[in-house]
Design a protein around this ligand. Sequence first.
Ligand SMILES: Nc1ncnc2c1ncn2[C@@H]1O[C@H](COP(=O)(O)OP(=O)(O)OP(=O)(O)O)[C@@H](O)[C@H]1O
Length: 353
Amino acid sequence: MLSAEFKLQRREFSLDVGFELPLSGVTVLFGPSGCGKTTLLRALAGLEPCQGRLWLGDECWQDGQRRVPTHRRRLGYVFQEASLFPHLSARGNLDFGWKRLPPAERQLEPQTVIDWLGLAPLLGHRAHELSGGQRQRVAIGRALLTSPRILLLDEPLSALDRAAKQEILPYLEELAAQSGVPIFYVTHAPEEVERLADRVILMEQGQISRIESLRDALARPDSPLFVEEGAASILEGVIGQGLDDGRTPFDFGEQRLWLVKPLRRPVTRARLRIQASDVSLSLTPLEGVSILNQLPMQIRRVHPVREGRVLVSGELADGQGLLAEVSAYSAGQLRLAEGQGCYALIKAVALLS
Ligand SMILES: Nc1ncnc2c1ncn2[C@@H]1O[C@H](COP(=O)(O)OP(=O)(O)OP(=O)(O)O)[C@@H](O)[C@H]1O
C-alpha cells in the first residue's frame, strides 16, 4: 500500500489530502486547473516541502521530522516537456540511470523497455533529432530504467499535438500493463483517463473529492470525465480472431460484442468506449434489426430526467457497468425501474487503442 498525508499552505492555496492506495496499476490525478495535481505529485516526490507522511509499504519517505530527500527516493518523474541530456543519444539517455544502479537493483532490462516503448529505431538519435513524442518516450524509458518504486508522470502528453498523442498512447498502455511499476499520472484529458486509468483521484481546490475505480468514476451521470462528450462507459475485454465477413469479436466474461471496423493494429486486451447516447434499451431481445450488439443487462439506477432524457445505469452479466441514455418518454413507456432486466442495444462502439 501507499499511504500518504500532506498539508501545505500557500498564499492563496492550501493542499490538504490523505489517502491509501494499492501500490499497483495506474492512478490518475484529475481535476480543474489549479486544483493541486502537480503539487500533490511533487509532494510525493519530496520536491514540495510540506507537512505529513508518506509510506510505501514499510518504506518511509516522510514522517514527522524524517524526510528522505528526492534523490534518495526510488522514483521516476517525467514532466510535460522531456528534458533529455542533449549531449547523449537516446541510448545514452536510457542507459544513464541504469548504469548507475547496482546490478542487484536493476529490475528491468534496457531491451525490454526499448521494446515496450518502440525505441529501437531511435537509439542513435540525439535529443534535438527527436520529435516531442519521441523525446517523451525516451524520457519515460529512462525513468523506468532506474527501477523506480513509483513512476510520476505530469501531463506527459500535454505538449504534444493530437497525432503525436495518438502515437504514444498505445506505448503507454503497453508499459502500464507490462511494467509492474505503479504509475501516478496527471492529466486534463478524459481520453487518457479512459485508456490508462485503473483508478482516479478527483481533486478540487487542494482536496481530494473522491478516489474511485475507473468503472465507478464512469458509472455516475455527474462524472467530471463526461464534460466533453457526454456520458460513456468503458468495457474491458479480449479481442479475438477477426472473421472473413469483417467482424472481430470482443469477449468479456461470457459475453461477446462484435466490432465491425478494421483494427488499426493487432491488440489482445482492450478497452471499448460506448457512448450512453449510442445505447437503447428493450425489454426483449430484438430480431430483424440491423443492430449487431445486444446484451442482457440488469438496471441498477434510473437517474433523474434532464432535458427530456434519462440516464440508465445497468450491470452486464460479468459485473461491468453500462450507461444508456433514452428519452424520458421511452423510459416511462417501458416502465424502466431498478432491478429490472432488459436488453442493451448498442449502436456503436469505439476501440480505445
Ligand atoms: N511555486 C508556487 N508558488 C506559489 N503558488 C504556486 C506555486 N506553484 C503553484 N502554485 C499555486 O498552487 C495552486 C496549485 O497548483 P498546481 O500546479 O498544483 O495545480 P494543477 O492542478 O497541477 O494545475 P494545472 O492543471 O493547471 O497544471 C495553484 O493555485 C497555483 O497557482
